[in-house]
Ligand binder design. Structure first.
Ligand code: CO8
Length: 259
């Protein structure tokens, strides 16, 4: 178990919960926060008891972006050498276990980008998403022009990246950025329930489903269909697949062994 300065990392049954914990700065994402997120993902991914990881903030903010106070004095070469992308963000996207972002309040700039690195986003009705970097004379740097455009299309992505305006939870759901919107006081209950449900599935099947969906963003339809078919065939090597189908036929609960 690691010690964290900027995060609270907990295990709740088979779910790993990473809470950003810099409340006075609306969970601004410093280099240190990104490094700790990468460490927490390493820790939870290596833990066989964990089947799903939830990333969250607090009621007021998921994260209000990269730490502007830390970034302001930096030069090109500082940023080039630091490579935020490799330090933290990328570790969320390379995690093989399913990840959910539970977003309440502000998810701005790097905060919106961090949420989009997760497999899906559950938002509270208070959530606000945006890429306000343009108002600071910069642009998104860890997915805000790329993942956002793939998620919500060019028109809305351009609108958000060029005006810096915020999108509320209802608009984010309509646009396809978030999978569901729930009342603020139910956010963690609903997210943890979804995470527990996922963690109870066959872990290799969940990893294959995640991999296949992610391919849709990386490749052509025919290539993606080919990957999906290969992974689908591969599930026939899983004991969990044989057991899952037998349990359905015999009208009994399946015993999942994650193999
Ligand atoms: N960085 C540093 N400090 C912040 C940040 C931030 N992103 N956001 C808020 N804070 C601090 C404030 O300075 C304030 O501190 P203090 O009390 O010492 O003055 C405290 O948090 C509370 O904030 P506010 O008083 O501003 O709270 P409000 O409720 O009035 O406003 C807002 C909330 C609207 C969210 C406002 O804080 C805001 O606009 N924040 C900045 C949002 C922003 O521009 N985000 C984009 C940052 S740039 C970015 O993310 C680039 C990513 C590119 C990738 C690089 C890798 C990470």
């Amino acid at each position: 178990m690691n010690n964290y300065e900027y995060l609270i990392v907990e295990r709740q049954a088979a779910v790993g919960l990473i809470r950003l914990n810099r409340p006075k700065m609306l969970n601004a994402l410093s280099f240190g926060v990104f490094r700790e997120i990468a460490t927490a993902i390493d820790e939870l991914e290596a833990d066989d008891a964990i089947g799903c990881i939830v990333l969250t903030g607090n009621e007021k903010a998921f994260a209000a972006g990269a730490d502007i106070k830390e970034m302001q004095p930096k030069t090109f070469i500082d940023m080039f050498n630091a490579d935020f992308h490799t330090i933290g963000g990328n570790r969320v996207t390379t995690c093989r276990k399913p990840t959910i972002a539970a977003v309440s309040g502000y998810a701005l700039g790097g905060g919106c980008e961090l949420a989009m690195m997760c497999d899906f986003i559950i938002a509270s009705d208070t959530a606000k998403f945006g890429q306000p970097e343009i108002t600071l004379g910069t642009i998104p740097g860890i997915g805000g022009t790329q993942r956002l455009t793939r998620a919500i299309g060019k028109a809305k992505a351009m609108d958000l990246c060029l005006t810096g305006r915020m999108m509320d939870a209802a608009e984010a759901e309509r646009a396809g950025l978030v999978s569901r919107v729930v009342p603020a006081d139910k956010l963690m209950e609903e997210t943890m329930a979804a995470a527990e449900k996922i963690a109870a599935m066959s872990r290799p099947a969940a990893a294959m489903a995640k991999d296949a969906v992610n391919r849709a963003f990386e490749t052509t339809l025919s290539e993606g269909m080919s990957v999906e078919r290969d992974l689908f065939h591969a599930t026939f090597a899983l004991e969990d697949r044989a057991e899952g189908m037998a349990a359905f036929i015999e009208k009994r609960p399946a015993t999942i062994r994650n193999r």
